[in-house]
Design a protein around this ligand. Structure first.
Ligand SMILES: [Zn+2]
Length: 180
């Protein structure tokens, strides 16, 4: 009995730990703690965005660097171009063609889905797994919050009004300059 519960506890702790360090969770916690509210995995939207912030008309995708080919330069189909791996996406040497085709499809799908979201009036933000490494995390979340606030402000900005005209403006400016 005791032994079982100990094992169970280990299992639970392992589960909690992995859940907590999942990239998506880092973004969720980061936004929630800053007061942002969102829906998860909205099945009705193209691409099933990981987080949907309706108030900000924004969908957030938290992408794994390998599966979505972050910064990797895939060769064109039927070309002699070389594949250029990136820091966070290294395509395996074995079954290379299979992986290239798979990741290319994922990339094309990402573009297509975000295009459809844009047509529906949504912004899309992609957060990459590598941007959530402990050393980069805070900076990434900060810049995400900045972008969200910018979107909100742009949406809610009153019509920009022209400055009122002062008939004597030129004269005043000149007078001030003369005193300098
Ligand atoms: Zn990456």
């Amino acid at each position: 009995m005791d032994k079982l519960s100990t094992e169970q506890r280990h299992k639970n702790m392992a589960a909690i730990h992995s859940k907590d360090t999942k990239p998506e969770w880092i973004v969720r916690r980061g936004l929630w703690s800053r007061g942002f509210r969102y829906r998860l995995n909205s099945p009705k939207l193209p691409g099933h965005p990981d987080l949907v912030l309706r108030k900000y008309r924004t969908c957030i995708f938290v992408n794994g660097c390998f599966w979505h080919g972050h910064n990797v330069a895939l060769p064109q189909v039927n070309s002699e171009q070389l594949l250029v791996n990136s820091e966070c996406c290294k395509i395996p040497k074995t079954r290379r063609e299979f992986w290239v085709a798979k990741i290319r499809r994922n990339q094309e799908r990402d573009v297509e889905e975000q295009k459809r979201l844009a047509e529906m009036g949504w912004h899309s933000i992609t957060i990459w797994e590598c941007e959530l490494k402990p050393s980069k995390r805070e900076e990434t979340l900060k810049s995400l919050v900045y972008t969200l606030n910018k979107i909100w402000l742009e949406d809610h900005q009153a019509v920009v009004k022209a400055y009122p005209k002062l008939e004597e403006e030129n004269g005043l400016l000149k007078a001030a300059e003369d005193k300098m």
